[in-house]
Design a protein around this ligand. Structure first.
Ligand code: SF4
Length: 354
């Protein structure tokens, strides 16, 4: 695949005029760019803004991140999902402090070697912060380039990404690498958008584009993901004197090390749920409510039937915390946080009124 050298000359002035004002574009500080790139993976830009400010207010430097307690980090990340991203940020910060004296490395290979930093993030940091000629290839860039060339390669395949990266490389001669990468991504975000007709009438690259009207439905081509595995887990909202049982998830696997409401595999009937609460030594008094929610991960769908159970004994093995304490101190991943409304219902619908 070849791309016209004229692209940079047409795109850069358009970018200067049309780029969104985003908090992480205020400077080229590698910590800021790195954090925003990691937060924006899998999360909408609008949703990231608040998290970004909160995170940097709490942890203004890489050194602060490196020594941040796990609980505080999870709380700052709560609701963003994909918690391994936060853990990798901290691991990388520790490495930067230990091996680079707290200064973010400026070499592509060293950036790429940090935990949680893949080709995309490394190229973004290297180009935006250090002006290295590294093409960024994310979903926006893939869409723009494949439409420009009417290219039907599967954008899930590494080979397609490599082809696009190779085609982009010559465009970086003599231009600001960071600006060109951001301009391509911005065009994909604002004009050549996903799942809808591109706004070709305002596109600075229209005269170079090989896509005809209607082709946006076919390009970019993306093969189907394998179907998600469905798992059912029964969640226990165990309430004892206004406090709710929480425990930590295992250190490895899905949502590793995060807080959760106790749960067991399968769909437990009422009596089985009471038996399980008794086996945990919580001395259940009665079932208050039953509810059900679901949570979607990339490869797994959790179906989550849940029992709200009043208990007499705040058994060992759990932390017992009020609804307010949970909100302030414990970071619950979204899969479990969605049950928090159950901890705020005061009345018991099963109780008879006189
Ligand atoms: S002309 Fe249309 S299809 Fe081509 S790159 Fe621009 S917005 Fe995308």
């Amino acid at each position: 695949m070849e791309l016209d050298r004229e692209i940079a000359g047409l795109l850069l002035p358009w970018y200067e005029k049309n780029k969104r004002s985003l908090p992480w574009r205020a400077d080229r500080e590698p910590y800021h760019v790195w954090l925003s790139e990691v937060m924006c993976q899998q999360t909408r830009v609008e949703a990231v803004k608040g998290y970004y400010h909160r995170f940097l207010t709490a942890l203004p430097t890489i050194e602060d991140l490196a020594v941040c307690p796990e609980e505080q980090l999870s709380k700052l990340w709560e609701g963003l999902g994909y918690y391994s991203r936060a853990r990798n940020l901290k691991r990388s910060a520790e490495i930067i402090c230990r091996e680079y004296g707290g200064v973010f490395p400026s070499d592509f290979a060293a950036i790429r070697a940090l935990p949680g930093i893949g080709d995309y993030t490394a190229a973004a940091i290297a180009s935006i912060c250090f002006d290295l000629p590294c093409p960024v290839v994310d979903g926006n860039v893939l869409r723009v380039v494949t439409r420009l060339r009417a290219f039907r390669g599967d954008i899930r395949r590494e080979r397609t990404k490599a082809e696009v990266r190779q085609a982009l490389a010559p465009l970086f001669d003599g231009v600001s690498s960071g600006a060109l990468n951001q301009a391509l991504m911005e065009l994909g975000a604002l004009v050549c958008q996903p799942n809808r007709a591109p706004d070709c009438g305002v596109c600075p690259l229209q005269k170079l584009c090989s896509s005809s009207a209607g082709l946006w439905r076919e390009i970019p081509f993306k093969s189907e993901l394998k179907e998600r595995r469905v798992e059912r887990h029964t969640v226990f909202l165990l309430c004892c004197g206004g406090a709710w049982a929480l425990r930590k998830r295992p250190k490895k696997g899905l949502l590793a090390g995060l807080w959760e409401f106790p749960n067991l595999p399968g769909d437990l009937e009422a009596q089985a749920a009471l038996d399980a609460a008794a086996a945990w030594n919580c001395r259940p008094i009665r079932l208050l409510r039953h509810t059900e929610k679901r949570h979607i991960f990339t490869h797994i769908l959790w179906e989550l039937p849940a029992w709200v159970i009043e208990c007499q004994n705040p058994a060992d093995g759990f932390i017992w915390a009020s609804s307010e304490e949970i909100k302030e101190r414990y970071s619950l991943p979204t899969a479990f946080r969605q049950f928090m409304n159950e901890t705020e219902i005061k009345e018991n619908p099963y109780e008879k009124s006189d």
